[in-house]
Design a protein around this ligand. Structure first.
Ligand SMILES: [Zn+2]
Length: 68
């Protein structure tokens, strides 16, 4: 088994581990960040902090640009 890697290319949350619980998908408050999709230019919200200079894709376009 490999490790879990979302291919996000470095998470810029500046914290590493948050320590604690197993609530990743259950009830953790999920911050959404407004962004403009680099592909369709649609305004969207992403569950991660958009990095300046990096393209952000909406959920429709993201799979198209996701590379393994
Ligand atoms: Zn898009």
């Amino acid at each position: 088994m490999g490790r879990f890697d979302g291919g996000n290319g470095g998470r810029g949350f500046g914290g590493g581990n948050r320590g604690g619980g197993g609530f990743r998908f259950n009830m953790g408050p999920r911050e959404m960040h407004k962004a403009v999709c680099s592909d369709c230019k649609k305004e969207c919200e992403v569950p991660f902090k958009p990095t300046e200079g990096k393209p952000v894709y909406c959920k429709d376009c993201y799979p198209k640009h996701k590379k393994f």
